[in-house]
Design a protein around this ligand. Structure first.
Ligand SMILES: [Zn+2]
Length: 308
């Protein structure tokens, strides 16, 4: 049975069984950062906590807190404190159906690791995942919702599953036109999307480095493309790794909704900015969606039913 249907019927919120730790360089800042991912209470969602700050350390993972989308997705709290490049970790949370977690950072950026969500997926899986006694927060798309800007677009339509059909079109022949459709059921995220790496063109990477941007970016954490050639000696992990990474980014960005989404999404040449604007469009009209189980603390009878 597709597990999205289980989510709609009787899905429990999930968190980690144990805390996990990793460290690495930030793509944006070039700084080394340590992160700890800790279990969190029901209905608390995903919270980033900057332990390098004395106060106003919490930054809630919400689309409303997105303040910059240029080199990745950055969120900010009311005090102006930021966390950069949250999208791959958010994507791992979405892919593993983690509802609640606290992410403690020693600095202002989530480490880029290998450029995909693979390290985060492996770490969280190795810590174990536990179900909590509250129903998952799920929204169902009720009618077509779309956002478009220049050549980019995202359209969501009602469906019984969560699927993404994504198309990209790059001038460089090493990428070109790629299209991938994935219905996100149990394990498909980890196997088909989670290890797809971010990418950049050599001339853009050189330009950014000269201008003090993407200081942590290298061939160790991104696919680098130059006029039809892949410069990474190990080559690609998937023939269409580029479009798969765009799906990974979209999953992470739309998980800033705070909900698992039931609906079918068609995206074309989108990016972090369009992903965020799509969520504002979705939530701009309450008739676009239905929240399933708004009052979601489970009663004693439901616990015995669920355990039976
Ligand atoms: Zn990415």
């Amino acid at each position: 049975m597709p597990d999205t249907l289980n989510i709609a019927k009787l899905g429990f919120q999930k968190t980690l069984k144990n805390k996990v730790f990793c460290e690495g360089v930030g793509l944006h800042t070039g700084n080394n950062t340590q992160i700890k991912i800790l279990p969190a209470d029901v209905n608390s969602g995903i919270t980033f906590i900057r332990e390098d700050l004395n106060k106003d350390r919490k930054i809630v993972a919400s689309y409303k807190n997105v303040c910059d989308t240029k080199l990745g997705t950055t969120i900010e709290n009311n005090a102006g404190h930021k966390v950069h490049t949250i999208e791959h970790l958010m994507s791992a949370f979405m892919g593993l159906r983690i509802d609640n977690a606290d992410v403690i950072l020693s600095g202002s950026e989530v480490p880029i690791m290998d450029g995909s969500a693979k390290v985060f997926l492996d770490l969280i899986s190795s810590a174990g995942i536990k179900e909590q006694f509250a129903k998952k927060k799920v929204i169902k798309v009720l009618k077509e919702v779309s956002f478009s800007q220049n050549n980019s677009s995202i359209i969501a339509v009602p469906s019984d599953n969560f699927s993404i059909d994504y198309m990209i079109d790059f001038d460089d022949p090493a990428i070109g036109v790629q299209r991938q459709k994935i219905t996100l059921l149990a394990n498909t995220f980890d196997e088909e999307i989670g290890s797809a790496r971010t990418f950049g063109m050599l001339n853009e990477v050189e330009y950014m480095h000269q201008n003090g941007l993407a200081l942590g970016g290298s061939i160790n954490n991104a696919i680098v493309v130059d006029n039809g050639k892949i410069l990474n000696p190990e080559g690609l992990r998937f023939k269409d790794e580029f479009v798969r990474h765009k799906i990974l980014d979209l999953c992470g960005d739309i998980y800033l909704s705070g909900f698992h989404i039931i609906g079918s999404i068609v995206a074309k040449c989108a990016g972090h900015e369009v992903n965020n604007k799509f969520l504002w469009e979705l939530f701009s009209d309450k008739s676009n969606y239905e929240v399933i189980e708004e009052n979601n603390i489970i009663t004693q009878e439901e616990i015995s039913f669920a355990v039976a």
